[in-house]
Structures are given as structure tokens and as C-alpha cells.
Design a binder for this molecule. Structure first.
Ligand SMILES: NC(=O)c1ccc[n+]([C@@H]2O[C@H](COP(=O)([O-])OP(=O)(O)OC[C@H]3O[C@@H](n4cnc5c(N)ncnc54)[C@H](OP(=O)(O)O)[C@@H]3O)[C@@H](O)[C@H]2O)c1
Length: 462
């Protein structure tokens, strides 16, 4: 059927599918952006269509439609959803999907543990029922893309024997966040940042990812990965790349991807001397990391890391880029802080301003917010100066809802727009930065992370 879109969600019984994928699809549907579509869940668990719809309905929320019509939207959306069950081999897929009529556009969303990716992709490739759409189908993969450089290369070698790179969409959901996408606009659609965006005017760049939570039921996953692989090597290094890439001639997937690759290739490999890792201990109310169920007794997995990265190119010579990420801290925030160099004082009373440089802060979450710290004259006689903020809160500046990151990215997949997805070369370049450090710290000789108390202010601890 011409133009009809079918989205298959593999692993549809799982956490990601229920909490993120289907709610994001519902958001698109309720915004009128999902037309002529069928949504098919697939997993090993046996469920009827009705049972599947009941599960999904618990996770759908009405952000885009008024309360009274929401139920109608939900019912219409759920009517588009069906469910099949089976294993990840070609015969099982044929058994489940041969009855489905052929449609023009097919997307396979892998909401599956990465160990299943290769068999699932192999099965799609081998299934007779999908033979007709082999060259046009798209595959959406979720991080983690491997747990080291070698394993990500192995994964890629296997996947690329079935489909070509253009067909893969590697989701890093931070790239779907409004404020992360806005980094390119802020930098390249305003005249005043770019001339200052270099080592002559910028003193340092800090990227913070802090969370008050502990493991939140993810011990099994987190203990194998740790904070660097969970958020730094992917989400935060992508933000670093967007903050520091060279100006692109125009927005296109090739231009963005090439610029990010060039940048990531010029980041010096992380060494022990440039990193601090920590692990939280209990505070009397919340148990320490090692006491969490599912965490191995002598785990050296870091729940905190601060890494100082150096970009070896002309623009960023000598400018430290520091990424700090931690769980069990005193606040939940993700933000970029660009600190500018200090001006030569011409006023006598510059103390307050001189102690802190001008800063541009891009707060990604929880509250989208951009502000610029400036030095200002206190009203009155003479020249008394103080620090103030030029402030832009999204909640005050826009009436529009901020789209969910997954909804934005799934819409891009439907449109075939890959600007905000992770290309294979940049993925491997980002692994290269951390690989040696991770291998050393995970080895038997690796040091135990520094202990910090759950709920600590990281400035006081490290
Ligand atoms: N959850 C999140 O918020 C989140 C965030 C970012 C990235 N991710 C990534 O997204 C993917 C899915 O995450 P998730 O949290 O939804 O995972 P999950 O709940 O552990 O697994 C999803 C589903 O996959 C199926 N499954 C599990 N093990 C399997 C196996 N060995 N063989 C075949 N099927 C298996 C299960 O369904 P059946 O038993 O019914 O087959 C399960 O419901 C993972 O790659 C994860 O790293 C998740």
C-alpha cells in the first residue's frame, strides 16, 4: 500500500517500549504527525492485542490534546496498535508477519537488550515476509552500542553484513532534546557568539550531568557499564561535540556528522591523570552503591566521574573541557557552562565581577533555560558594579510544549532525516577517547573509586 507506514517495535513488552517508544508515538499521533500508520509490537511474551493495549494505555499521557478529547485520541491510537509474539529468528518472524500486507515504509525499532540486536537483525534479513522491503527498511538502535571500542566494532561488523549504514538510526535521545538541538542554532544563527567561540575568549567549558537518584532499579545494567559508559561516552560527548565543532556550511547530515567526527578525532585520549572517579556510600537513609541489590559485592563501577578533556586543534588550544557526571548527588541538572576570559578592568570597583567571569549557561534539564552572566552597573552614583543575568526561560518565552526527545527523533526517522543520529564513525571516535582509560580502570589493577556520601554536593567532596 502506497505511503503507508508500519513501525515494528521489537521488545515491545519491555521498559523502553512502554515508557518511551509508544508514548512518543502517541505524542506524534496527537500532534497530527503520524498518519496512515500501523504500530506492531513484537516480543516473546504472549499477549493478546487487547492485553497489549491495556499495558500501553497506562503509560500514555495527554500533553498535546485537551483533557476531554484525550480519551478519544487514546482509543484511536490504541486501535492502530497490534501485538505478535515470537522468538528472534526468520521462521518466527515469518509465522508472525506473513499475514500482514506489504506496505511502502517499514521501520524496525529495536527496544531490545543489545545482545539480541544481531539475531533480531539477522532474522529480519532472513525472513521471507520482509524480502520485499529489504533495501528500503530502516532500523532504529538504542544505546549502548557496545561496551568498548572492540565490541562496538564487532557489533557493527555483524550488523553491516545485513544492511547498509544509511538504514541504521542510532538513537542517542539527548540529541532529540530541544536545548541540545538549539546549541547549533545558538552558535550559528547569532552573530555575536561565533567570533568569541575560541581559546582567545573562552577560558573553559564545563558540562554537568547530576542526578539525585540512586540506581532506580537499573542495577543489572548500570553495574556492567558505570557512569562513563552510561552518560559520558555517548550523551555528554555528543553535547561536547556540538559545542565545539567548526562552523558548518549548511545544515545537512553529512556536514554535521563530518564536523563531529573531525572534532572527536582531535580529542586527546583520556588518561588516569585527567580523571577522577567516585562511588557513593550510604548516608544513613539511602544505602550505598555496594549495598544495592544487583550490584556485585566488590564492584569498582563508578557512579561519578569528572574527566578533563583536551581538544587538539587551533580553535581550542589550551581550553579545558570538563565533563562531570554523577548519581546520588545533591541536585538533578544537565547543563553546559561556557566561561569567558576576564576583561581588563577600567573601573575601580570590579571585585565582584572579576571574581567570576562572564558565563553562558545552557541548561538542558530539568527546566530548559539559557542565561548569560554579565557585569552590570548598580543604579546610583559612581560606578559600582555587580553580577546580573540576561535570562531566558523557555517556559516564559514560548507557549509551545517542548516535544519529547524520543518523539522528535522518531519523527526524524520517519522523514529520513539523520542530522541528530550517531554515525558509525563518530561512535567509534568517541569510544577511542575512553577505551584505554576504561580498560585500565576495569582491570584487576584498577583503583577503587573515591567514596562520596549519597546526596553530597560534589564540589565539597572532590
Ligand atoms: N529503559 C530505558 O529507559 C532505556 C534508556 C536508554 C536506552 N535503553 C536501551 O533500550 C533497549 C531496551 O531497554 P529496556 O529497558 O526496555 O530493556 P528490557 O526491558 O530489559 O528488555 C526489553 C524486552 O526485550 C525482551 N528481552 C529481554 N531479554 C531478551 C533476550 N535475551 N532475548 C530476546 N528478548 C529479550 C523482553 O521481552 P520478552 O521477554 O517479552 O521477549 C523485554 O521486555 C536496551 O538496549 C537499553 O539499553 C533503555
Amino acid at each position: 500500500m502506497k505511503d503507508k507506514l508500519r513501525i515494528y517495535v521489537f521488545g515491545a513488552s519491555g521498559d523502553l517500549a512502554k515508557r518511551k517508544t509508544f508514548p512518543a508515538l502517541f505524542e506524534l499521533f496527537s500532534r497530527g504527525l503520524l498518519n496512515d500508520v500501523e504500530l506492531v509490537g513484537y516480543a516473546r511474551t504472549e499477549m493478546s492485542d487487547e492485553e497489549f493495549r491495556d499495558v500501553l494505555s497506562e503509560f500514555l499521557t495527554c500533553r498535546y490534546v485537551p483533557g476531554e478529547s484525550c480519551q478519544t485520541y487514546m482509543d484511536d491510537f490504541l486501535a492502530l496498535c497490534t501485538y505478535e509474539h515470537g522468538m528472534y529468528d526468520a521462521d518466527s518472524l515469518d509465522k508472525a508477519f506473513s499475514k500482514y500486507e506489504h506496505v511502502e515504509n517499514n521501520i524496525f525499532y529495536m527496544a531490545l537488550p543489545p545482545v539480541v540486536y544481531v539475531s533480531a537483525v539477522d532474522a529480519i534479513h532472513g525472513a521471507e515476509c520482509f524480502e520485499y522491503c529489504q533495501s528500503s527498511l530502516k532500523l532504529v538502535l538504542e544505546k549502548p552500542f557496545g561496551h568498548s571500542l572492540a565490541s562496538s566494532e564487532d557489533l557493527q561488523d555483524s550488523l553491516s553484513s545485513y544492511f547498509v549504514e544509511e538504514q541504521f538510526y542510532r538513537i542517542d535521545h539527548y540529541l532529540g532534546k530541544e536545548l541540545v538541538q538549539n546549541i547549533l542554532v545558538l552558535r550559528f544563527a547569532n552573530i555575536f557568539f561565533e567570533p568569541l567561540w575560541n581559546s582567545e575568549y573562552i577560558e573553559r567549558v564545563d558540562i554537568f550531568w547530576k542526578e539525585t537518584l540512586s540506581l532506580h532499579g537499573r542495577a543489572g545494567y548500570f553495574d556492567k557499564y558505570g557512569i562513563i559508559k552510561d552518560v559520558i561516552q555517548n550523551h555528554l560527548i555528543q553535547i561536547l561535540a556540538l559545542i565545539s565543532i567548526e562552523r558548518i556550511a549548511e545544515l545537512s547530515t553529512d556536514n554535521v556528522s563530518c564536523a563531529k567526527l573531525k572534532l572527536l578525532d582531535s580529542v586527546k585520549k583520556l588518561t588516569k591523570n585527567n580523571a577522577v572517579v567516585g562511588q557513593y556510600i550510604g548516608n544513613g537513609q539511602v544505602p550505598g552503591y555496594l549495598e544495592e541489590p544487583g550490584v556485585s559485592e566488590k564492584s569498582k563501577t563508578p557512579t561519578y566521574a569528572r574527566v578533563n578533556l583536551e581538544i587538539e586543534n587551533e580553535r581550542w588550544k589550551g581550553v579545558p573541557f570538563t565533563i562531570t557526571a554523577g548519581k546520588g548527588l545533591d541536585e538533578t541538572v544537565t547543563k553546559v557552562v561556557v566561561s569567558f576570559k576576564r576583561v581588563k578592568p577600567i573601573f575601580k570597583d570590579m571585585c565582584e565581577c572579576q571574581s567570576v567571569p562572564n558565563k553562558l549557561v545552557i541548561q538542558i534539564q530539568p527546566e530548559p533555560h539559557i542565561y548569560l552572566g554579565i557585569c552590570n552597573k548598580v543604579p546610583g552614583e559612581g560606578f559600582k558594579l555587580s553580577k546580573k543575568r540576561l535570562n531566558f526561560l523557555y517556559s516564559e518565552g514560548y507557549n509551545e510544549q517542548i516535544p519529547d526527545a524520543y518523539a522528535s527523533l522518531i519523527l526524524d526517522v520517519i522523514k529520513g532525516d539523520k542530522n541528530m543520529f550517531v554515525g558509525i564513525e563518530e561512535l567509534q571516535a568517541s569510544w577511542r577517547i575512553f577505551d584505554d582509560f576504561l580498560a585500565e580502570s576495569e582491570s584487576n589493577d584498577g583503583d577503587m573509586p573515591v567514596a562520596y556520601t549519597f546526596g553530597a554536593n560534589e564540589k565539597e567532596v572532590f
